[in-house]
Design a binder for this molecule. Structure first.
Ligand code: AQP
Length: 332
């Protein structure tokens, strides 16, 4: 079975619709066909200031949401990144292989540091794509299911893997991004020119899966569309409506063309009211399942402990091989 690896940050508490449709939904499907490793990336979460108590709680919350979304610990390896120390260890080696200019070209860093103020951005934020390189290479992943915003980091991963392999001998598998066109980028409901994001979206533009259903329905009903009234999928000229159609189509498994037909001659109001209902029908059981996993932290922690053990077995082997290739003297 080919291997997949991906991660999600525990930073914000609730997953948002972009995280779910862009990434987590694919994770659930891929555990059936792939040897799948999924993690809550708490090391990435400290690239911005964090509250320790919240980080701990949010790490469990992220794991609970992944299980609620349908990850099955019998079918995949689910773990917390900091439970596998090899991530930070391999990241150091990768840091030393990356050019300063190369790292400076990462658009995610540019966006995030601009939002924080360049002086306040940490070196960790600057090097986080390189930690991500280590995350992927440690597991010799063939594919990485992510949203479009992560494509550049997968390219960096391939570049560094090739560089390492060229310099020290074949060591790492070159991974490919696994990005589904329809859900590669879910847009902000109030500003469909930007991606839905925990840090850049306004509360009204962002759908958190754990929000109150009433609040979710209201956000969908007040989504920005356009002055036209025609319901047609055309991301160029009708980004707001097209975003709603993508979400609707994916959550219900209905083709976009079918939705266009269904809403022909009806206004945006009808589309939004129905989509609000679809969203609530999806989010309500998701919230309940998340809650039930959180109510039993012992079971949750045991799942994560078992996952970390499985992950470490793979990670330790890759790290040992890397250290040997680099020329570190083995500890006796
Ligand atoms: N709007 C989106 N559309 C499609 N996919 C998305 N992802 C995030 N936003 C969208 C994908 O979700 C996965 C996990 O996200 P993460 O929180 O760990 O990473 P992130 O990029 O930091 O998420 P945000 O909300 O976009 O955070 P900020 O605001 O900090 O940039 C990833 O696979 C990501 O592609």
């Amino acid at each position: 079975r080919p291997r997949v690896l991906s991660g999600i940050q525990p930073t914000a508490g609730s997953f948002h619709l972009g995280n779910y449709l862009g990434a987590v939904r694919q994770w659930v499907a891929l555990q059936e066909t792939h040897d799948a490793f999924y993690m809550v990336v708490d090391l990435h979460a400290i690239t911005v200031p964090q509250d320790p108590k919240e980080l701990r709680a949010n790490t469990r919350l992220a794991a609970a949401q992944l299980l609620a979304a349908g990850l099955d610990p019998e079918r995949c390896t689910l773990f917390v990144q900091s439970h596998v120390p090899e991530h930070a260890q391999l990241a150091w080696v990768m840091n030393c292989l990356t050019g300063f200019g190369e790292a400076s070209r990462m658009t995610q860093f540019k966006d995030k540091s601009a939002r924080q103020g360049a002086d306040r951005a940490s070196v960790g934020l600057f090097t986080y794509p390189i930690l991500q390189v280590a995350d992927i290479l440690l597991y010799q992943a063939n594919e990485v299911p992510v949203g479009e915003d992560q494509r550049q980091h997968i390219e960096l991963t391939r570049d560094l893997a090739e560089r390492f392999n060229g310099r020290f001998g074949p060591t790492f598998t070159l991974p490919k991004p696994y990005i589904l066109k329809e859900t590669a980028k879910i847009y902000d409901l109030q500003d469909p020119s930007i991606k839905m994001s925990k840090s850049a979206s306004t509360p009204k533009g962002l759908i958190n899966l754990l929000d109150e259903p009433k609040a979710t329905a209201k956000k969908v009903r007040s989504a920005v569309t356009d002055t036209d009234t025609v319901i047609r999928f055309d991301p160029e000229t009708k980004p707001g409506v097209s975003n709603l159609l993508s979400v609707y189509s994916t959550l219900t498994g209905t083709a976009v063309a079918e939705l266009e037909q269904k809403y022909e001659g009806k206004g945006y109001g009808a589309l939004k009211t129905d989509l609000a209902e679809v969203m609530v029908d999806f989010a309500t059981p998701f919230r309940e399942r998340t809650r039930s996993y959180l109510d039993d932290p012992e079971t949750l922690d045991a799942i994560l402990a078992k996952g970390a053990e499985k992950a470490r077995a793979v990670a330790a082997e890759t790290l040992a091989q890397t250290y040997a290739r680099v020329g570190f003297l083995p500890a006796k």
